[in-house]
Write a protein that binds this ligand. Structure first.
Ligand code: ARG
Length: 429
């Protein structure tokens, strides 16, 4: 008897909850909507949202009487933008201060400012590729719990890199050590253990350094920094845990080794060659090229105290990276949007669209790189990347004609909804 009563009460509770959820219906009326799956704009669309999920999209959809109507008829709605390469926990203020005077606690305490700015800029999801002490894991968890405002984050934790690599502290005397959780690991066993450790403490994705880098003091921007065996081991270990791998790679040889190892994406890709293009097409590897960065680094980094050696490396990389991006695009390599935000100030993520269009993508392809392709690379295409039935309601709106002028995305985002909740609404201003 008591059991039956408990069961009835349970059923009642479930029903009441279902009704409560049904009650929150939102109808967005969009003047235009970007259909990211088909790469085109459609006019006068109604988007119905129940709770956090899109339930209907179309031009002749009756709006339920209890729906909250949001009028975006003067604007273009798009799926929330996705940046596949960020360092959202911080941004450079001064080369030496950042390394020696700021702890991970300093970093963590300010990181919510950057997530909020990024969301306001229309980016409703980001991958974070590299963060000491798992600050990005904590940030992701806090955002998911609704305590911190920001995009959905898919995070890597510490960047896995060999001793002396781009992922290690570089350029200082041997007695200088910094006690913080980093991703330095060597040898097949060492890298496997590091992959396991990152996953143990919450990584969604594995990031490792296949080659040297620009913004660190080791020589050569392009030399491989892991052997083929180590790269293979990283990808194989990650696969055991169902995780994808992103490889930082500027130099030709390291790019090709990483593709062969089976990474999901090549980050930067500066010196990719015909062989890289052939391999990427064969394996379906994404190119995530941060082709806005060069402008900001060359204009600002000398003032931030970055050593000349680093600036010299940037001069070597910037132009070639853009030209090789164009080559890869022409050849039909898959592209996902990733900016390395955190090298430049957060909230400017959309500045890269201009360069992607300048270097070979059509405006709609550039938008696809930041929506459906990005969702595919992250492995969340079933839930994100387009405004279609069954996906999470991550929807933004822009004031202006994106097709004619992609730069409207930089300043004119007027509406941001994430997970069915409106975070920014500047439509009446
Ligand atoms: N994090 C990258 C590195 O240090 C930034 C490269 C920036 N330069 C560029 N042209 N994309 O290697």
């Amino acid at each position: 008897m008591t059991r039956a009563l408990t069961f009835c009460l349970f059923l009642l509770a479930v029903t009441v909850r279902a009704f409560a959820q049904e009650a929150s219906i939102t109808a967005l009326k969009a003047g235009k909507l970007f259909d990211s799956e088909n790469g085109k704009f459609v006019e006068n669309q109604v988007i119905l949202i129940t709770g956090n999920v899109i339930t209907q999209v179309g031009s002749n959809i009756p709006i339920p009487a209890n729906a909250k109507v949001i009028d975006l008829s003067k604007f273009t709605a798009l799926p929330g933008l996705i940046d596949c390469h960020t360092h959202i926990t911080g941004q450079p203020e001064n080369f030496y201060v950042d390394i020696f005077r700021r702890s991970s606690i300093d970093v963590a305490i300010e990181s919510h400012i950057y997530t909020e700015r990024t969301l306001e800029a229309g980016f409703t999801a980001c991958r974070n590729l590299g963060s000491h002490d798992f600050v990005d894991v904590a940030l992701r968890n806090s955002i998911n719990a609704g305590k911190t405002i920001g995009p959905r984050l898919y995070v890597s934790g510490p960047y896995i890199g060999s001793t002396g690599s781009h992922g290690d502290l570089n350029g200082f005397a041997p007695q200088v050590h910094i006690e913080q959780e980093n991703g330095v690991a060597d040898g097949v066993d060492g890298v496997r253990k590091k992959v396991r450790r990152n996953i143990k403490y919450g990584a969604d994705v594995i990031k490792f350094g296949a080659t040297a880098g620009v913004l660190s003091e080791e020589e050569s921007v392009g030399a491989p920094q892991y052997s083929q065996e180590e790269m293979n081991a990283i990808v194989a270990e990650a696969a055991l845990w169902g995780k994808k791998v992103a490889a930082h790679a500027h130099g030709t040889e390291g790019i090709n080794m990483a593709i062969k190892a089976g990474v999901a994406s090549i980050e930067h890709g500066s010196f990719l060659n015909d062989e890289s293009i052939r391999l990427m097409k064969e394996k379906g590897t994404y190119l995530v090229a941060d082709i806005y960065n060069d402008d900001f680094i060359l204009a600002e980094f000398a003032k931030l105290g970055f050593p000349e050696k680093i600036l010299e490396k940037e001069r070597l990389v910037g132009k070639t990276q853009r030209e090789n991006f164009q080559k890869a695009v022409k050849a039909g390599v898959k592209v996902a949007y990733g900016t390395d935000a955190g090298v430049y100030p957060h909230g400017n993520n959309a500045k890269q669209f201009f360069y992607m269009v300048k270097y070979g993508l059509t405006p709609t392809q550039a938008l696809q790189s930041a929506t459906i392709n990005a969702a595919d690379l992250i492995g969340v295409k079933e839930k994100l990347g387009s405004v279609t039935k069954g996906k999470f309601a991550d929807i933004i709106a822009v004031n202006g004609n994106v097709e004619q002028d992609i730069t409207v995305l930089e300043k004119k985002i007027v509406f941001v909804m994430k997970d069915g909740k409106v975070y920014f609404d500047k439509t009446s201003k």
